[in-house]
Design a protein around this ligand. Structure first.
Ligand code: NAG
Ligand code: NAG
Length: 338
């Protein structure tokens, strides 16, 4: 339809090439009575070409609204001496703005129904960007104190994600302080793989903002870190992927140890293993006295060492004198241990 209008304005200024009535397509405006000659229209009207309405009975003196309400992003100017029927009006976007059609300007014609033809033109910021993403720019002007510098703050909004500064300043030399921002679809790169773990999500080559990845660890591995990470709007993940930490074999056989506050034989513990992060307290013999003191070690991802003071009892000691094992004798008095 827009193309049709253009053709109309190029060739249709004379009534000879007035198109057939096209209101069915337009649908929005009411057309005056159709006609073929002035004699069809009575005394006060003439048979004139009224755009898509085709030849219609119109009163040529009737006017369209003028001046138009102020628009921040565009300027309207009459191309005809009056604003009456068939007058032309140009609406031109201010620099940096454009119409939805992508053009800078459009021409509207005063119709027989006293309205300007076409839709109300809306000029929006022209910072055209990747894909379907577009910016809407609104401008407000702030005048600051002498020496009469005016700063224009432009606020950008974007349906995708903005890369660059959201706020810009018009400088005295009439250039922008920063490059204009662009709207860009942001993705997160695949996070590093988690050894001994797996993700509860479809693996992708890139992840949209807001996408969550949940992690699980294989059997006997403990999840250390975030169970879920989210793709943030700056393309980073909300956290590093977690670790799956291995259990530790208790490095003692013939002594009891303390696990979770309970004194136990290692063979009584399932698989003789403790989870990652568990503290295991060993019993060590006082160098000079018949008493024991404790030393604690922590399991870290499969590694648990005995403390330096710990001595694994021999098989004979364990079999023949179980009550004399270091883990079974009295604890030293607090004063006995330095
Ligand atoms: C992304 O945003 C998060 C949260 O605001 C921040 O902690 C992180 O440093 C940002 N990453 C980058 C690369 O800017
Ligand atoms: C192990 O000991 C450390 C230091 O005393 C403590 O912070 C941690 O919570 C303990 N871990 C467990 C599983 O009890």
């Amino acid at each position: 339809l827009r193309f049709y209008f253009n053709v109309y304005f190029c060739v249709g200024i004379t009534t000879e090439s007035c198109p057939e009535r096209l209101v069915g397509e337009e649908g929005r405006r009411t057309c005056p009575r159709p006609c073929k000659a002035d004699s069809d229209c009575g005394s006060k009207r003439q048979c004139l070409c009224d755009g898509q309405c085709g030849l219609s009975c119109v009163a040529p003196g009737r006017t369209c609204p003028w001046p138009l309400p102020h628009s921040e992003n565009s300027e309207a100017r009459l191309l005809s001496p009056t604003h009456s029927f068939s007058a032309l009006l140009e609406v031109r976007c201010k620099p940096g703005f454009t119409l939805p059609s992508g053009l800078d300007a459009t021409i509207r014609r005063c119709q027989g129904d006293r309205q300007w033809s076409g839709d109300e033109p809306i000029c929006t910021g022209r910072f055209e960007v990747m894909g379907k993403c577009s910016l809407v720019l609104s401008v407000s002007t702030v005048h600051v104190a002498p020496p009469s510098v005016s700063i224009t703050l432009s606020f950008f909004s974007c349906r995708a994600d903005i890369v660059g500064s959201r706020e810009n300043f018009c400088q005295e030399n009439q250039t922008w302080q920063y490059p204009h921002p662009i709207c860009k679809k942001v993705y997160c790169q695949p996070p590093t793989e988690v050894e001994q773990g797996y993700v509860v999500a479809v693996q992708k080559t890139e992840y949209e903002v807001g996408f969550d990845i949940h992690y699980l660890c294989k059997k006997n591995f403990l999840l250390d870190g975030a169970q879920m990470i989210t793709c943030l709007s700056n393309g980073s993940w909300s956290a590093s992927p977690p670790h799956c930490r291995a259990r530790c074999l208790i490095p003692a056989e013939r002594s009891r140890v303390m696990i979770g506050g309970v004194k136990r034989w290692p063979f009584d513990v399932t698989d003789a293993m403790v989870p990652h992060g568990e503290n295991v307290t060993f019993f060590c013999k006082h160098p000079h006295k018949q008493c024991s003191f404790t030393a604690t070690q922590t399991c870290f991802n499969g590694k648990l060492q005995t403390p330096a003071c710990y001595l694994e009892p021999t098989w004979l000691q364990y079999k023949l004198f179980p009550h004399r094992l270091v883990s079974e004798i009295e604890a030293c008095e607090p004063g006995d241990v330095e």
